[in-house]
Design a protein around this ligand. Sequence first.
Ligand code: CMC
Length: 462
Amino acid sequence: MAQEQKNVVTLPARAVDKNSVTMTDNRTGQSYEFPILDGTEGPSLIDISKMYAKTGMFTYDPGFTSTGSCQSGITFIDGEKGILLHRGYPIEQLVAEASYLDVCYLLLHGELPAQIEKREFEKSITMHTMLHEQLTSFYRGFKRSAHPMAVMVGVVGALSAFYHEDTDIHDPLQRMIAAHRLIAKMPTIGAFAFKYSLGQPFMYPKNELSYAENLLRMMFAVPTEDYEINPIFARAVDRILILHADHEQNASTSTVRLAGSSGANPFACVASGIASLWGPAHGGANEAVLNMLGDIGDKRNIPKFIARAKDKNDNFRLMGFGHRVYKNFDPRAKVMKETCHEVLNELGIKDPVLPIALELERIALEDEYFIEKKLYPNVDFYSGIILRALGFPTQMFTVLFAIARTTGWVAHWKEMFTGDDSHRIGRPRQLYIGPKKRNFKRVENRKKSMPDWLKMWGGRNG
Ligand code: CMC
């Protein structure tokens, strides 16, 4: 017992000062006091920013499960209750009442736009949808079969080469123009990536169309025919964009913030966000869900896949299930499920994967493993089925997510300069577990330490 206490820091049940926490280092008996911060909603935070200066110790929190990295007024999530608010507005109300560009404005500026602000914002976004013509030749450097997210990382990163000289991040006007350019150009960049993969001509944006309509036309129209936009499709795309617009300090948003914290070019920062989003544990999950449902193939195979998801020795996870923050229904998944049924019903589409998805959800929600670990369907579980019904190929699903999340990324990037006085370059520390200081050995004195390269990459020190 005494041994156990030697290397721990105790948080006394009662803090000495009402707005602070006292921690005692049980090795020395010394106590330290840290302020408690309260936001407008959600749990309190212990301010440990002076911890190293006071104690000579860092905190350890792999995956940042208990760490607040910034102050933010954009999005609030209550994961236990399944609540998602953007600037205070519930996501369900925004999906029902607002357009994606309204939500963009809200995230960027803090309030829903008044009539004149709405007109001006929509006009500004519309006027920035074209790409510099030189950028179109950039696509030709990629293989036609390249994953569109790889193309997105490259082309959005390349935007920084086009706008570096006129992007002074300390000038509010230039920051705003950069934000508008990013939101406006993402659908064009994404649609061009799709067109390039097909070998079809790029379809340029049209100013008379809405954001979602433009995206659909650039994706699916060809120059040889008129393209009629189905309003059900446009509304569904707009809803999907709203549902993905922002989600607090997730992996890709934190990546954009970290990249931006060094003062980097915003287009390059967003490219880093796209790279982070691509992973199957994050935005790539919508593509992975459809692949998984295809692999399941038949309702009768579901128990096999559920068993694999529960097996500790199998890497397989039920894609579209579980969330770091939600320990209840993801409110976005609820809306997505409704939208999914609406779209399929209205279009009269019978997608064979839908009954598999519904049955999988039913079985998982009744399974002890998923109940105990509080694993519920997340936003990606149903989005892929809708996108497929709308005609988007699986590889484009994460691109849609990236287009939508660009608003969140730029809103957080902007907030670093305007809404958070505590903002500094991001620089986490570590628990070092490598060798202690040692002297250099000449090659003839070195012993072979690894049996093969493979082990080196897979091993603990790889
Ligand atoms: N299937 C089976 N088991 C799971 C799953 C799943 N989908 N998700 C979590 N678990 C288990 C996990 O094995 C672990 O078990 P144990 O405690 O026995 O080791 C426990 O639940 C906690 O999981 P975790 O990996 O520690 O949780 P996390 O917060 O680090 O990960 C997650 C969250 C979303 C990465 C994870 O749930 C997951 O991989 N889900 C599947 C991928 C997915 O759908 N991602 C989309 C997330 S929502 C959209 C977005 O953010 O972009």
